[in-house]
Design a protein around this ligand. Structure first.
Ligand code: PHE
Ligand code: ZN
Length: 881
């Protein structure tokens, strides 16, 4: 038996969507047995195989497995019959059309630093199989279109592993000699291998119950480490609220007797929707007022809902292949956002989500990794768990719902699930269900899935006062992206209204319509490259309010500062009001960056800030969003060649001037908005804290004011983490001598709580102080920095490179060198995380020389590393192209 060695430095292969072929064999049943051991776990797998079509070899994926033996229908297979494939898989020729293949392999959870497959975290066993981790557990056709019924038996030491969990329902347990015990699990629902999970170890359960709409009892449990039981309440509440919401909104009920969640502090992503056994990053489960911020609480609600909603959109109906990833992710993000909007202030949730989309997805769509929501090719699928697949995918579903209406959308969901329950399907299947249920032709709309790049929507206007006729011309263009030089127009729904000079709504009567039923808001559909919309009967020149609620994920241009100022002050749509203020400020900042010299806070900008503060009482959460200046990276994204240092200087100067100008008002807000009683995690309380801390942050910029004194007092007062961290943020950005004591105090107090310690790292990594890069370099050597823990890597390296543009892009190039060194050290440990954090280095096309040249040189240095992972190879080589 010869095992061909894959050449580690050969160029990794590209997988193409068009090359999809159905599998040669189905696996209808899987019976797994695990004998758990830190370095020598033995996995026995019995696969019930059935050929799919004519005779063909069976190909099984495998990675980092040691094969012990194999048999077919109970007869041992001679080693010569097993062909080892490059990369670690197995091939077997001449199998019968139906048979049972049994293999035994040995794996080492302890050696698994990639956190894919079966690994150890804090002495406990966890698995992560999406996308291709199951092949690191046993030989298997590890692709989502192979769906099987699983039975799992786990055997382990009783003392160190009292808890033994897998998917589905419990099906027995017992004692074994030598202090060992076993448990058996049966999952009645066929599933792809990426949804397999096993959790074993010394964990404790926080329990609850849920009665489904048809009266089924479900036992709920969240498994955490002893001592964390008191931090699971918010996650449990969020779970029950999600279960209820899916019943009420979609009629979808949970389908097992138990729903288990296990929390783990070493995890590559946020959480994972394994059937009946979700595994979560502790970041999205654990929360106490004194350890978690309001943002953390909101993240928990969203992610718990997201994973729960996957039970139907992802698990019961899954993906045929990984190019269809947005079929489950875009749809499920849409569902979790819709849910979160319903749980809190919908408008503020919406604009926060838009802010995130523009911070992460728009740059991706404009960069070297730009890809359609349904990609056409990949080298490493883990690189395609992106803002495009998730967030833009969600926007596409949202637009579809807006186009066909909520009732037709609900019928479409019903049809989709009825047609495809227990199937692995494609995005076309989803669109077809929506089309059939609505009777709307969605073939053009489907371009949104196929075309990369953010469409640019440009508006021009013409008003004829004599006839009262107003022509709104909308033009669209999508810039070229790698591999897609020519773009077609996409259907863009533009929710809109028209405002009079006083800010009131004007009637919307399109040419040829009846005056009597002119609405105040309507949705224009721009389907061509350019279209004119002619409105009649207007008493005065209107100002257009466009993309209300962010009705399409596009970039809007063409409105002047006067229009933006009017919309910011008066538009009835909170999204457009916020957005117009942001666009106004962005244009002003860009002008200051271009002009150089001392930035001046103009009256227009001051008026927008004042209007934001006027809403302090009616809607503090909105006021906080509207008072904030656009981020440095958002401003940079609007420039063909960015100037990170100049942008930083302009923004800091404007914040200082806002602090001076509004000092009394900000101080008054900081006094008045203090929490009246104990910490509460409801929308109004969150909004109040957000505005109060925004006020403190800007106030502390004013020289000679009492902002820093307030921050010191707020830090010393302790209390909830939102306020403590906001105060520490202010100090860490300042020259205040108290900042070092406060940082030391925070570290001493929280050194044993990894999630809080992550905040300590991030706070320093994202500081606006000019010595931040040196601090970050020292922190990478701190005993609490651990390159094997993804949360810690993200907290320091990720936060610095992606969240501190002015320092990362320091002219010396030291920031680039630091990131490259971290990526080189991380790649052999955890390639997935390495490939993720490298992204900011690939943005060199938007930097001026000599920065761009240094960035390229650092990318080349990474690329030259022998044995580089294919994921980092893909990001870096595409980043250099
Ligand atoms: N499928 C997970 C989610 O979106 C994300 C994930 C992907 C987690 C890959 C782990 C690994 O909820
Ligand atoms: Zn998901």
């Amino acid at each position: 038996m010869s095992a061909p060695q894959a050449d580690p430095d050969a160029t990794p292969a590209t997988i193409h969507r068009q090359d999809y072929r159905p599998p040669a064999y189905w696996v209808h049943s899987v019976d797994l047995h695990f004998a758990l051991h830190p370095t020598e776990t033995v996995v026995r797998a019995r696969l019930g195989l059935r050929r799919n079509g004519g005779p063909a070899p069976l190909e099984l994926d495998g990675e980092a497995l040691t094969l012990l033996d194999a048999s077919i229908d109970g007869v041992a297979v001679e080693p010569a019959r097993l062909q080892h494939l490059p990369g670690g898989g197995l091939r077997i020729d001449d199998l019968p059309a139906e048979c049972v293949l049994e293999t035994r392999v040995r794996i080492s959870p302890e050696a698994n630093t990639e956190l894919s497959g079966l690994y150890l975290s804090g002495g406990n066993y966890f698995t992560q199989c999406e996308a291709e981790g199951f092949r690191r557990i046993t030989y298997f056709p590890d692709r989502p279109d192979v769906m099987s019924r699983y039975t799992v038996t786990i055997e382990a030491d009783r003392a160190s592993c009292p808890v033994l969990l897998s998917n589905g329902n419990p099906a027995g347990h017992g004692e074994l000699p030598g202090g060992r015990h076993w448990a058996k699990w049966e999952d009645p629902h066929p599933k792809p291998s990426y949804l397999f999970a096993l959790v074993a170890g010394d964990l404790v359960a926080v329990r609850d119950r849920f009665t489904t709409q048809s009266g089924r009892e479900v036992a709920l449990a969240i498994y955490v480490r002893d001592g964390d039981q008191d931090a699971c309440g918010h996650a449990m509440d969020s779970l029950k609220a999600s279960m209820r919401w899916d019943e009420e909104e979609y009629g979808l009920e949970y389908d097992l007797d138990v729903f288990n969640i296990a929390a783990v502090s070493d995890f590559n992503m946020g959480a994972m929707e394994n059937k009946g056994l979700n595994v979560f990053n502790t970041k999205y489960i654990l929360a106490r007022p004194e350890t978690a911020t309001d943002g953390d609480y909101e993240g928990i609600e969203t992610v718990v809902a997201h994973e729960y909603f996957h039970n139907w959109t992802g698990n019961r109906v899954t993906c045929r292949d990984w190019f269809q990833l947005s079929l489950k992710e875009g749809l499920t993000v849409f569902r979790d956002q819709h849910f979160s909007e319903a749980m809190g202030s919908a408008a503020v949730k919406r604009l926060a989500n838009v802010r995130r989309l523009r911070a992460a997805q728009f740059p991706e769509d404009a960069g070297p990794m730009a890809h359609p929501v349904r990609p056409d090719s990949y080298v490493e699928i883990n690189n395609f768990y992106t803002a495009t697949v998730y967030q833009k995918g969600s926007e596409v579903v949202r637009m579809m719902r807006a186009l066909i209406g909520p009732e037709a959308f609900r019928r479409g969901m019903d049809l989709y699930i009825q047609r495809h329950d227990n199937q692995a399907v494609t995005i076309e299947d989803f669109v077809a269900a929506m089309q059939d249920a609505s009777g709307t032709d969605l073939s053009r709309f489907a371009r949104w899935y196929a075309q990369a790049g953010t469409p640019e929507l440009h508006v021009t206007e013409d008003f004829d006062a004599a006839s009262g006729r107003y022509t709104l011309s909308l033009a669209q263009r999508t810039p070229p992206t790698p591999g897609q030089p020519h773009k077609q127009p996409v259907p863009i729904p533009v929710a809109m209204g028209l405002l009079g000079a006083g800010g009131g709504a004007l009637p919307l009567r399109l040419r040829g319509e009846n005056a009597a039923d002119a609405p105040a808001e309507r949705v224009l559909l721009l389907e061509e490259a350019r279209q004119d919309f002619v409105f009649e009967g207007l008493p005065e020149r209107p100002t257009p309010s466009l993309l209300r609620g962010f009705s399409a994920p596009v970039k809007l241009s063409g409105l002047g500062q006067d229009s933006l100022g009017l919309l910011a002050a008066h538009d009835s749509d909170p999204f457009v009001a916020w957005e117009s203020g942001q666009q106004y400020a962005t244009a002003a900042m860009l002008r200051m960056v271009a002009q150089g010299g001392e930035p001046v806070l103009g009256e227009g900008l001051a008026a927008i800030a004042a209007a934001a503060l006027d809403r302090a009482d009616s809607d503090p959460a909105f006021a906080a969003e509207a008072f904030a200046l656009p981020s440095e990276s958002f401003v940079a994204d609007q420039m063909p060649v960015a100037d990170p240092e100049a942008i930083h200087a302009v923004r800091q100067s404007l914040r200082r001037q806002l602090g001076i100008r509004f000092a009394p008002r900000l101080a008054e807000l900081h006094d008045r908005l203090a929490d009246p009683g104990p910490y509460r995690i409801d929308g109004p309380s969150i909004g109040r804290r957000a505005l109060r801390n925004a006020a403190l942050s800007v106030l502390s910029m004013a020289p000679g004011g009492d902002g820093l004194r307030r921050a010191r007092a707020q830090y010393a007062a302790g209390g909830n983490m939102t306020d403590v961290l906001a105060a520490l943020r202010v100090l860490v950005d300042s020259d205040d001598p108290a900042r070092l004591d406060a940082l030391a105090d925070f570290h001493a107090r929280w050194r044993h709580d990894p999630l809080v310690l992550d905040k300590w790292f991030t706070l320093q990594a994202t500081s606006s102080r000019p010595d931040t890069l040196a601090t970050v370099q020292v922190l990478a050597l701190h005993p609490d920095f651990d390159i094997r823990n993804p949360n810690r890597v993200r907290a320091l390296v990720g936060a610095f490179a992606a969240g501190n543009p002015a320092q990362f892009h320091a002219a010396s190039g030291e920031g680039y060198r630091f990131l490259a060194e971290m990526v080189i050290a991380l790649d052999p440990v955890n390639a997935q995380v390495a490939a993720r954090v490298v992204s900011p280095l690939t943005d060199w096309k938007r930097q001026a020389e000599p920065r761009a040249a240094i960035m390229r040189a650092e990318l080349e240095r990474i690329l030259a590393r022998p044995g580089l992972s294919k994921g980092t190879f893909e990001k870096v080589s595409k980043g250099l192209a």
